[in-house]
Design a protein around this ligand. Structure first.
Ligand SMILES: C[S@@+](CC[C@H](N)C(=O)[O-])C[C@H]1O[C@@H](n2cnc3c(N)ncnc32)[C@H](O)[C@@H]1O
Length: 479
């Protein structure tokens, strides 16, 4: 079991039937508020144990049998509060008589939950305050609940716009700081988006706001088994606009894992941007043989499965390398029945895996990255990632790409993909490798036919606000 799994298992043990001991104040039965309790428990695990809200909350809802409106409320409160932690904290800081860092962390979780309800939901202010205070009173007693009550009453004196007007930096002097606070992003992330978009104007705000929307679920139809049109008809979805294998499900269509074509392995869940980047590798022509492909960073196997299904039609074979053993097992599972050999190992040491120079016709390097391109899927990720992560990742990305260029045969193609628009991880890595190796960048836009707004090339940067996909980057290099 993974560390994350162990954490979540420990966390989700059935709770004691006895009410918790109060530290202060009179005894009082705990208030039954399963939605807010689930949201609070998730916020705590996200803060204290680096849990992923999008994995833990669904598990809690299942285990506690929370459904319907309660589940919807818990989801909105949890994901919304996780996304806006930095904004909520600045507002709380302005309402406290002590530094935020001095607030007991378990109370800070409660204050974040209450502040989110006050500013970003239609829950009436008195209900938002009272229900949050009740959560604390049930757990920690009346002294702490009095503190929470007092702070939330101060928060409720202004609405979100008025708080932003008070706290956001002057947009003329500090446009990045202003838009970062208004869209609830760390400044360095807003800066990275601005650098790539080349603007601090309206499009930057639109791009950052898109991270606060819930993304549509996309399915990929397995090539050779089912068409996108057939999959759309079977699932009630619609054919996706750009991927030849993509289907977009209606919002609120339920758990896609329960759909028949997914259970029968005719389709799987995969963002349309990921589909497009995998397919882009297959598009440039290569002279001579074209039957040995490699996925150098394969876990959990979404792109491997798509590439292997395409390759299987013409009788080829895919090698898939993954460093983490548990993720390699996921690759095995997602590529079951397809012509794939999974290798557990470091993609930078191919000799140890029996792979020699110039062996492969096409190689995908879907490198580990900051994930700034999929912030809409991972509510807390923007606050967890640090600018200091970038340097280490770009070193690894560069090494993996250089290895791929060694493993591909002359005339073969390497696709470099990251789920990030950060220039250091995208153009920075590729330009450095091109300079060192003299390899030729292809115009990747030609491998994304009929997609609008792809910029000046030769690389492709997708965006949620332009394309409805994750913000994936793709470069194609010919050896
Ligand atoms: C962005 S994910 C790949 C996603 C995958 N292509 C998919 O579509 O499902 C990057 C993967 O690279 C793996 N990884 C990290 N360092 C690696 C290395 N040195 N060699 C091979 N894989 C590595 C990570 O464990 C992670 O599973």
């Amino acid at each position: 079991m993974t560390q994350q799994g162990r954490r979540q298992e420990r966390f989700s043990r059935p709770r004691s039937p006895h009410p918790p001991r109060r530290r202060n104040g009179p005894s009082r039965p705990p208030v039954e508020d399963p939605a807010r309790q689930a949201a609070l428990d998730t916020l705590r695990e996200v803060r204290a144990r680096d849990a992923y809200a999008n994995l833990l909350l669904p598990q809690l809802l299942r285990e506690r049998r929370i459904t319907g409106r309660d589940a919807a409320l818990a989801t909105e409160l949890t994901y919304g509060a996780c996304r806006s932690i930095g904004l909520l904290d600045q507002i709380l800081d302005a309402c406290l008589d002590r530094p935020l860092a001095k607030v007991e962390p378990t109370l800070l979780d409660v204050l974040r939950l209450g502040t989110y309800q006050l500013l970003r939901t239609r829950i009436p202010a008195h209900a938002a305050v009272a229900s949050t205070v009740d959560l604390v009173r049930g757990e920690q007693g009346s002294r702490q609940s009095g503190f929470v009550n007092a702070v939330l009453r101060k928060v409720s004196e202004l609405d979100e716009d008025a708080w932003l007007d008070r706290l956001a930096p002057d947009p003329d002097k500090d446009p990045i700081g202003n838009v970062a606070l208004r869209s609830a992003h760390p400044r360095w992330v807003a800066r990275a988006f601005a650098d790539t978009l080349g603007t601090t104007g309206d499009e930057l705000k639109t791009a950052l706001d898109a991270d606060n929307e819930r993304p549509a679920v996309h399915l990929v139809a397995r090539p050779g088994e089912i068409t996108a049109e057939e999959l759309a008809a079977m699932t009630g979805g619609e054919v996706a606009p750009y991927s030849p294998y993509g289907v977009r499900l209606e919002a609120g269509a339920g758990d896609p894992a329960g759909l028949d074509p997914v259970r029968e392995r005719l389709a799987s869940v995969q963002d349309e941007g990921s589909q497009l980047c995998a397919i882009a590798l297959t598009r440039p022509g290569v002279e001579g043989g074209d039957e040995r492909w490699l996925d150098l960073c394969a876990g959990p196997g979404g792109k491997s499965a798509l590439l292997a299904a395409v390759l299987g039609i013409s009788g080829g074979r895919l090698d898939a390398v993954e460093k983490a053993p548990h993720r390699a097992r996921l690759v095995e599972r997602s590529t079951e029945g397809l012509p794939v050999t999974v290798h557990v190992g470091d993609g930078r040491q191919p000799a140890a895996l029996g792979m020699g120079t110039g062996t492969f016709d096409r190689i995908l390097v879907d490198a580990p990255c900051t994930g700034l391109g999929s912030l809409r899927r991972r509510p807390e990720a923007r606050w967890r990632r640090q600018p200091s992560d970038v340097g280490e990742l770009t070193k690894l990305q560069r090494e993996l790409l250089l290895t791929a260029l060694d493993l591909v045969r002359p005339g073969g193609v390497v696709g470099y993909v990251v789920c990030s628009p950060h220039l250091s991880e995208t153009i920075g890595v590729v330009a450095d490798v091109v300079r060192r190796t003299g390899v030729t960048p292809l115009d990747a836009r030609e491998s994304f036919p009929e997609m609008p707004d792809l910029g000046a090339g030769p690389y492709v940067q997708l965006w949620p606000h332009r394309h409805g996909t994750d913000a994936m980057f793709c470069a194609l290099l010919r050896r």
